[in-house]
Design a protein around this ligand. Structure first.
Ligand code: ADP
Ligand code: MG
Length: 846
């Protein structure tokens, strides 16, 4: 992500972390390097960052160089470049590439200059290099090379190399050590081709004999590279797949083809499969090596060979040798974790981990090294989030008193309910109550699968606030859901004698005025509403609690807007969109999480089936027989109106077809987001009151709608939806005691999307489903947006490292329990400062 440089990060006492001018410059250079790298990686598209386009950001950023540390001529070069970037959007790709190369060169010069106090011409450089070469030989005993030394001081690294490396963001030796291999070739499973057996994972070293590439005949975004490799014992076919627009472009394929040119020696690692051409390897790791014995040459590396992502002009062997030559410097790495912690958690020291990540002795040392590094990544994030929460809690909030007497509002409410709370509901209610009596504001996320009964919890929390003399707000993302909550409340509130109001975008003006007045003078105790609630005219007398339903539908800023209407109200956010715990901890690590992990009793699991076009009549028969039993039906579609391009059915079409033809003997109604609010209300009212049998709808019913009598949901073109969304939709049925069905209709074309849908058939558990979705589609997709606020990890994977994340979370708590703002651990403190810079949360602290 392209982001601005933030100089105002402070973690209370910034004096303990010295920031010299030159460090300013180095971090300025690096942020820019990163932005350039991102742009290059995306093929010079002038990528959109969080706030600005790349060119706009760079143009401004170039002028913000900490200028005292820069020579006059360089500073005017920067100004020149800044002007050039203003024209970036109109430049051709070649021009864009050229100006980025120029920028990189300028940055590199700045860097050298900063390090040596003068610009070094190539003659000087030779002298310096030969001097350094000498120093390097002695460096085991002296310390002329250090983690903070420039890479150009390493023996054998000339200015050209240094510049190429700087384009990978590698400037200091420390950067090299932090540049983790993207993969490993495992020579412990080295085999000759004749010894390879189907089903084995093998590594083969062989020469390329043929190489060809072509586009997949079936999929324009997939291309295929085929190699035929040979060693002394035989030959074998190797196939690599490249997916995505950029990677299947002709240019990219050409570059791959020249990489694996005939005669090149490669190491290939993967699973042996049987194909019609004999044994073959599908999508293995392929690494170019200098010669068949190249891995043996490098005596310092063990049998597990690191593979790095490289830039043009640096060979893999050269880069590996370079890293290996400075690996002894890992001994300088200081550990932010004390020895006893490492022993307790069975983790290697940071030194060992960094050494072994580049030079693993065996799979075990590699796994341990990785684990240690991932642990620290997670630890820093969790510490940051927990610290941020602590700071938040320092502010005072309304102390709500919990009356346990039997005539308290909450107890009276619970006694009116026609059911008793589940154990999970009781537990969560206790968790919330114990937060609310504290002086610090609650920040709690309530996660509960669809139908787990979150509304009852929300209402109890609202009543707790009211009975302590505060006002409470209940916010929902859609009008439909807000008015449903309002009706639910209205059912019980008359018996509790409270003033409750509903405020949405479609509240009539005159009514709106009354509501606002009642809020200011404090006579309204509970307000339910939509986004209308955080608009400016809404002012509270004493806002003590905010409950946000389906919180993922709101942005953090929107939520904060409502919170700011009180002094420091308690916050309860609720979500049924199941996100895996790893994502929850990463995104909401500063919230306490309560889990409703139990459904109310008496529900029969929903029977979910995949329906292909030929099964349509079966679906219609089922619907008919369910309606005849007195039940109601949802039919859900991805589109409102017909789209020629997508060949999907639309809600309007299906509504006409069902109401005039197939189910003309029943009452069919239509609901979609573009209808007027009053119309929507009426349609939902009718469905609730059983005046209609079938509701044809778009995903507007996805959140919250609660009609226990509905027993079938037919979802058309279901492969168009994400699994989490399907699970939400499915949650609209199965709310009563009778058996319910979810029919996932699909066009039956694509095997992978069928497999994905089958997850729905096999699981009714939202968390399990989202866990699988995470594996299928990656975190960005699961959250539905690329800018989801997830930090980039160097090594950690949210899908694979869940256990390490838990470990880190616990340890972060331990550390802060004994040292709440890390006064005794300056190293962690400064690492976290960096982390906050990455997360851009620094200035929100004050
Ligand atoms: P969600 O967690 O999806 O928001 P709701 O709060 O809408 O779920 O609850 C789903 C249904 O379950 C509602 O009809 C609600 O009245 C009912 N319900 C909630 N708690 C219980 C319980 N303890 N026993 C029986 N039914 C319950
Ligand atoms: Mg709900």
């Amino acid at each position: 992500m392209v982001e601005g440089h933030n100089k105002d990060i402070s973690i209370n006492d910034s004096k303990s972390i010295p920031d010299s001018k030159s460090n300013d410059l180095v971090s300025w250079i690096r942020s820019l390097q990163q932005a350039l790298t991102v742009e290059v990686d995306h093929g010079f598209i002038n990528i959109q960052g969080r706030t600005n386009k790349f060119s706009y950001f760079v143009s401004g950023y170039l002028l913000s160089c900490p200028s005292t540390a820069v020579k006059q001529s360089d500073s005017s070069k920067l100004k020149e470049l800044a002007l050039d970037y203003k024209k970036y959007s109109t430049m051709s790709t070649d021009e864009r590439r050229r100006i980025i190369v120029q920028t990189r060169q300028t940055l590199h010069n700045l860097y050298i200059y900063q390090e040596n106090g003068e610009k070094i011409d190539s003659k000087n450089l030779k002298i310096r290099l030969s001097h350094d070469a000498f120093a390097h030989k002695r460096s085991l005993s002296t310390d002329s090379l250090g983690l903070g030394t420039s890479i150009s001081a390493i023996k054998g690294v000339g200015p050209k190399q240094a510049e190429r490396l700087s384009s990978l963001g590698l400037i200091l030796i420390r950067d090299l050590i932090n540049y983790f291999p993207r993969d490993y070739v495992d020579y412990t499973s080295l085999k000759t081709i004749d010894k390879c057996q189907v089903g084995q994972n093998v590594t083969i070293v062989a020469k390329v004999r043929r190489c060809s590439s072509f586009k997949s005949p079936k999929n324009p975004n997939l291309s295929i590279l085929e190699l035929f490799i040979k060693d002394k014992t035989g030959g074998m076919k190797v196939t690599r797949f490249f997916a995505g627009r950029r990677k299947s472009s002709i240019a990219y394929l050409k570059s791959q083809q020249s990489l694996y040119a005939v005669g090149a020696t490669v190491a290939v690692s993967g699973l042996v499969k049987e194909s019609k051409y004999g044994k073959s390897l599908n999508d293995p790791l392929i690494e170019i090596i200098d010669s068949p014995n190249s891995y043996l040459k490098s005596k310092s590396i063990g049998q597990i060979f690191p593979v790095y992502s490289l830039t043009e002009g640096i060979t893999a062997d050269k880069f590996r040798d370079l890293v290996q030559s400075i690996l002894f410097l890992t001994s300088e790495i200081k550990d932010p974790l004390p020895k006893d912690t490492l022993i307790r958690l069975d983790l290697p020291s940071k030194k060992e981990a960094f050494f072994h990540i580049h030079n693993p002795e065996n799979p075990k040392t590699l796994a341990n090294a990785r684990r240690r590094i991932v642990f620290e990544e997670f630890l820093l994030l969790q510490l940051s989030l927990l610290l941020r929460r602590e700071l938040h809690k320092k502010r005072h909030s309304p102390q709500l008193s919990i009356e346990v007497s039997s005539n308290s509002l909450v107890r009276r409410f619970l006694s009116i309910l026609p059911f008793s709370l589940t154990d999970a509901q009781k537990r969560v209610l206790k968790e919330i109550e114990s937060d609310i009596v504290k002086a610090e504001p609650m920040s709690r996320l309530l996660q509960g699968d669809v139908g787990s009964g979150k509304t009852v919890i929300a209402i109890s929390a609202l009543l707790t606030a009211v009975q302590s003399g505060w006002q409470a707000a209940f916010m929902a993302p859609t009008e439909v859901l807000a008015s449903q909550h309002y009706q639910t409340l209205s059912k019980w509130i008359p018996q509790l004698e409270l003033n409750v109001d509903l405020l949405t975008g479609s509240t009539p003006k005159s009514r709106r005025k009354e509501i606002l007045t009642d809020l200011v003078n404090g006579s309204t105790k509970i307000i339910v509403g939509t986004h209308a609630l955080f608009e400016d005219p809404v002012v509270f007398d004493r806002l003590g609690l905010v409950v946000v339903d389906e919180q993922h539908r709101f942005g953090v800023t929107q939520r904060n807007k409502l919170l700011n209407k009180g002094l420091q109200p308690h916050l309860l956010t609720m979500t049924a969109t199941p996100i895996p715990r790893t994502l929850a901890l990463t995104l909401h690590g500063d919230l306490d999480v309560s889990q409703l992990d139990e459904l109310p009793p008496g529900r029969t699991p929903i029977n979910t089936q995949l329906i292909s076009p030929k099964d349509k009549n079966y679906a219609y028969d089922l619907i008919r027989s369910e309606i005849n039993k007195g039940h109601q039906i949802y039919v859900v579609l991805p589109l409102i109106e017909e789209s020629k391009k997508l060949e999907l059915s639309s809600a309007v079409d299906v509504y006409h077809q069902l109401s005039t033809d197939i189910f003309s003997d029943f009452t069919v109604e239509l609901l979609h987001g573009r209808m007027k609010s009053v119309e929507k209300q009426e349609v939902i009212r009718n469905f609730l009151d059983k005046k209609s049998d079938i509701l044809v709808s778009t995903t507007v019913i996805e959140v919250g709608i609660d009609v226990p009598n509905a027993s079938v949901m037919l979802i058309e073109d279901s492969d168009r939806f994400g699994l989490a969304q399907l699970h939400q939709l499915r949650g609209r049925v199965g709310r009563g005691a009778s058996k319910s069905y979810c029919l996932l209709s699909h066009q039956n074309k694509n095997k992978l999307s069928r497999q994905r849908l089958e997850v729905m058939v096999n699981s009714n558990d939202g968390f399990e489903i989202s866990e699988i979705d995470l594996r299928f589609r990656g975190p960005g997709q699961v959250l539905g947006t690329r800018q989801s606020g997830l930090p980039d990890f160097a090594l950690a994977s949210l899908a694979d490292d869940a256990d390490v994340l838990e470990l880190a979370r616990n340890e972060a708590r331990n550390i802060l329990d004994s040292d709440p703002i890390l006064t005794n651990n300056s190293m962690l403190r400064s690492l976290i400062k960096e982390q906050w810079e990455k997360l851009k949360i620094g200035n929100k602290l004050n």
